[in-house]
Design a protein around this ligand. Structure first.
Ligand code: NAP
Ligand code: GDD
Length: 364
């Protein structure tokens, strides 16, 4: 009998990759989705299983972090071995427009889960999706001992959630870990985060649908990695002997301008001709530079990323060109096969398990 895990935010970028990873490891996976009037399960449709199938190992449940009713029942009934808490209002710019909501979902949501675990399933191992954004204006490189200086309502909410996870670990002995993850991207990245906005923009430009993309601060630096590698780090964190707080990143940073330059050049375009700056995307406060000090992740998790910026760009541009029906240069696919062949094999093994897939998760 495999382990049982709950994943909040399963419909997001990370949740979808994590669900694939856990299924490939033989877990029974319970994902929490929000009720929506339109389909919001595109990222997990390929792994959906009919719950009536006795072989099914992926189950979806409706829930929202703003309330506790669903959490209590789910945790009491399932007594999961592990709970990966990935759901959040995760957009930094949006958090300035919706600070109270962000505090409720991204901050208090964590407390609601921790409290349900404490009361109903204290052996459950808890993963909190903490963020490098919490470091804010702290001088890079940032490590587990760097003091947080949050610069957005999102970051402040994540700092609160981080401390709640630590408090529940120290006060009640829960296995609660903070993965302090630096930016990680992929073809499944939300369309309004800057990397995906750029790679989708390139596809639209090449398809003749638009001439330019409008961006905000081009000078901000981020430590960008490849998302599927990061969900492996999350899993490894919950396999340790005890809960801990660990920084996960590549240790290298690049500016938004460098990302854009590289991406346009990869697609055979000159970025100068297609990128314009718009005040609309400048934030009230900015985080200038995030660079991970990755020593603890290497030592405790044996985790080492394989994909750097150039590879990431190739993977993302290839994917967006292909989905627009355009010819892609193809280096991204080759890199995935060469460097992450094992991930592709997991992906295939998940596909086989899912052979009985009928319909889509949206039918839930
Ligand atoms: P994402 O793509 O934005 O996914 C967020 C997920 O949370 C979605 O499944 C979303 O559901 C769900 N969600 C949002 N509000 C909710 C609510 N009120 N109740 C229940 N579910 C809700 O984020 P991601 O990039 O996968 O990131 C996963 C987590 O890691 C987030 O907590 C993020 O803050 C954190 N993080 C991300 C990064 C990064 O670079 N990606 C770095 C550090 C930390 P819908 O699909 O219905 O919207
Ligand atoms: N979104 C966006 N759109 N960002 C832009 C744009 C634009 O048009 N132009 C410039 N930027 C800059 C932002 O100002 C920021 O400095 C940088 O690009 C990255 O922005 P995002 O891609 O939105 O990511 P983020 O760093 O703010 O937040 C992401 O990473 C965090 C980890 O550090 C999110 O995934 C957070 O959930 C995550 O915690």
């Amino acid at each position: 009998m495999g382990k049982r895990a709950i994943v909040t935010g399963i419909t997001g970028q990370d949740g979808s990759y994590l669900a694939e990873l856990l299924l490939s490891k033989g877990y029974e996976v319970h994902g929490v989705i929000r009720r929506a009037s339109t389909f919001n399960t595109q990222r997990i449709d390929h792994i959906y299983q009919d719950p009536n199938n006795p072989e099914a190992r992926l189950f979806l449940h409706h829930g929202d972090l703003c309330s506790t009713e669903w959490i209590l029942n789910l945790i009491y009934n399932l007594l999961p071995d592990e709970l990966y808490h990935l759901a959040a209002q995760s957009h930094v710019r949006v958090s300035f427009d919706m600070p109270e909501y962000t505090g409720d979902v991204t901050g208090l949501g964590t407390t609601r889960l921790l409290e349900a675990i404490r009361r109903g399933s204290p052996k459950t191992r808890f993963y909190q999706a903490s963020s490098s954004e919490m470091f804010g204006s702290a001088i890079p490189p940032q490590s587990e001992t760097t003091a947080f200086q949050p610069r957005s309502p999102y970051a402040a909410a994540k700092v609160y959630a981080y401390w709640m996870a630590r408090n529940y670990r120290e006060a009640y002995g829960l296995f609660a870990s903070n993965g302090i993850l630096f930016n990680h991207e992929s073809p499944r990245r939300g369309e309004t985060f800057v990397t995906r906005k750029i790679t989708r923009g390139i596809a639209a430009i090449l398809a003749g649908q638009q001439g330019k993309i409008f961006l905000g601060n081009l000078e901000a630096s981020r430590d960008w990695g490849y998302a599927p590698e990061y969900v492996e780090a999350m899993w490894r964190m919950l396999q340790l002997d005890s809960g801990d707080d660990i920084v996960v990143g590549t240790g290298e940073a690049h500016t938004v301008k460098e990302f854009a330059q590289e991406a346009f050049a990869y697609a055979g375009l000159d970025w100068h001709n297609h990128v314009a700056v718009s005040e609309r995307y400048i934030r009230p406060l900015e985080v200038d530079c995030l660079i991970a000090d990755t020593r603890k992740a290497r030592e405790k998790l044996g985790w080492e990323p394989q994909i750097g910026l150039r590879e990431l760009v190739a993977i993302m541009v290839d994917a967006d060109l292909e989905s627009a029906g355009l010819q892609a240069p193809g280096r991204g696919r080759a890199i995935l096969e060469e460097k992450l062949g094992h991930w592709n094999r997991w992906h295939n093994s998940v596909r086989k398990v899912m052979h009985a897939v009928q319909g889509s998760a949206s039918q839930h």
